[in-house]
Design a protein around this ligand. Structure first.
Ligand SMILES: Cc1cc2nc3c(=O)[nH]c(=O)nc-3n(C[C@H](O)[C@H](O)[C@H](O)COP(=O)(O)O)c2cc1C
Length: 159
């Protein structure tokens, strides 16, 4: 069995995002469906955030499976400027399910950005520690330890 790693990257969408009021952006919805199908097979877990036309994704799993998935994702014409922010051995998974969690644009991320003097979601510029902090924030929200009033699992699970 190869070791468990956590890879965090950011990218910029190539498509024109639909009106955010419509719920999950349709291109992002399709990506999530593909991810959920494939990631279960590869034992990959993680989280995908989409905001201000940028993606931020955490991929966790065995090294070979994460590398294979990232190679596939990096050839996808729906985004470009893929930038690896952090790749590290992981003692344990932050995202237990072998799937892909989706986090919609929300208050806690706005607070995260404001605390670091970012005016917009610009993950391509994140330092390694900022990327890891954001991954931990998403982990805390998943386990219900976040204090974000705007975050609702019911809203997410409808997807
Ligand atoms: C931002 C982004 C994130 C993606 N994340 C994943 C992922 O976690 N797992 C996955 O299998 N495909 C992911 N994809 C889709 C892949 O690039 C690719 O289209 C897909 O894996 C092909 O699967 P299929 O051959 O089963 O259709 C992602 C694509 C984008 C643009």
């Amino acid at each position: 069995m190869s070791e468990l790693i956590r890879l965090i990257y950011a990218s910029r969408a190539e498509f024109e995002p639909a009106d955010p009021i419509q719920g999950v952006e349709p291109n992002v919805g399709r990506i999530l469906m593909q991810s959920r199908r494939n990631n279960k097979r590869g034992g990959i877990g993680g989280v995908l955030y989409f905001g201000d036309r940028h993606f931020f994704q955490v991929l966790e799993g065995e090294r070979d499976a994460v590398n294979e998935t990232y190679r596939r994702i990096s050839g996808d014409p729906r985004h470009r400027q893929l930038t690896i922010l952090s790749v590290k051995k992981a003692g344990q998974r932050l995202f237990e399910d072998w799937s892909m969690k989706y986090v919609p644009a929300e208050q806690s991320v706005r607070e995260f950005l404001a605390a670091r003097d970012y005016l917009r979601f610009v993950p391509l510029q994140f330092s390694e520690s900022e990327a890891e902090d954001l991954a931990r924030l998403f982990h805390r929200q998943q386990t219900g330890q976040g204090n974000d009033r705007g975050f609702s699992w019911r809203r997410l699970l409808k997807f």
